[in-house]
Design a protein around this ligand. Sequence first.
Ligand code: GLU
Length: 421
Amino acid sequence: MSLFDSPLFKDAFDQLERAAGTMGLDPNIAERLKYPKRALTVSVPIRLDDGTVKTFMGYRVQHNMTIGPGKGGIRFHPKVDLSETAALAMLMTFKCALVGLPLGGAKGGISVDPNELSRQELQALTRRYATEINMIVGPSIDIPAPDIGTDGQTMAWFMDTYSQLKGYTVPGVVTGKPISVGGSLGRAESTGKGVAYCINFAAKKLGMEINSKTAVAIHGFGKVGVPAAEDLAAQGARIVAISDVSGAIYKESGLDIKECVDWVKDRRFLKDYDAPGVEHITNEQLLTCPCDVLIPAAIDGVITEENAGEVKAKIVAEGANGPCSRGAIDILTENGSFIIPDILCNAGGVIVSYFEWVQGLQNFFWDLDQINGKLHDILKDAFENVYECSKTYNVDMKRAAMIGALRRLERAMRLRGLFPA
Ligand code: GLU
């Protein structure tokens, strides 16, 4: 598969072209943004617990670093390939630009099912991958973070390996670290918290209130879905449906979120969850169930032209990266759904990653109120800008967000110019 072949890359490319057309982006800037700056493919051999050696393919793609060092997660998932990683790196460029961070866009990953590896094997995989890509990452070059299939422990192993290679501790090489090795308060919940903030901003625009009448369905009850559910449930919303890889559950009067969180915390699957009034449905059924707010927070490409017409939600909050295809966005918009685009909706993660990076560089740590307050304010400003832009150009929020990101990139790229001139 070439760099440009994955559905996600085609979609990101298409989004760029459409937004560029609407805003009249300088074609020479658009031309440069269509290609990643740098892409590294590595093989990652590890010794399995049974003594045999197995090799996995890994990638790190840096899309654009005009505004600052590359930033973006590391994904461990069987679907990872070069083209998908390049698309996700491109989305990170737009996400960081949109919310005004002094960072560029990057992404990495390994094609692997982490659930099939032991803890020791995962550690070996992470350390070898960190070694293979160490020459293109660093606190002022490119700063990885968690994504699907990776977590604080993965980041701690990555940071340790990089630090061993340097000979001294370099906390600023990754974000999303556990607190005891230089992580930031609030980082673990930040993506989901940001999703909940954005849903509140959107509800206000639509004259909706988040209360016990609000039914919320969440596709993907994990790192993003859980904190979003907790925040919205604390506001009184009814979380009517949630899902994981094993299946989905539904209860019209609202699920007991605390109980569901305890269930999944113990690594139990939702397909085995049982409580009075709880129905088991498929993940596809969850996406089209009766609800006011739908949060696709698992993976890309789940809402397509096939099922978009069946979606009932007034607000679709893209907690994952690229969960709605371009065709789906058109159908949802036509049917009156308000879409909160991924590069805005899930930007809470990278915003608090930025705070973690800054705190690490200064060795000065902030309290949780400061972090959540700043997170709220950055997202609020970005939301208002995107909303304004959607009105000015009379386009959906998805295209408006791209326009907002491209404006900032265009200014910076013009000022820095093209080298050599
Ligand atoms: N993986 C997350 C994302 O897609 C976070 C990236 C980061 O914190 O650098 O936005």
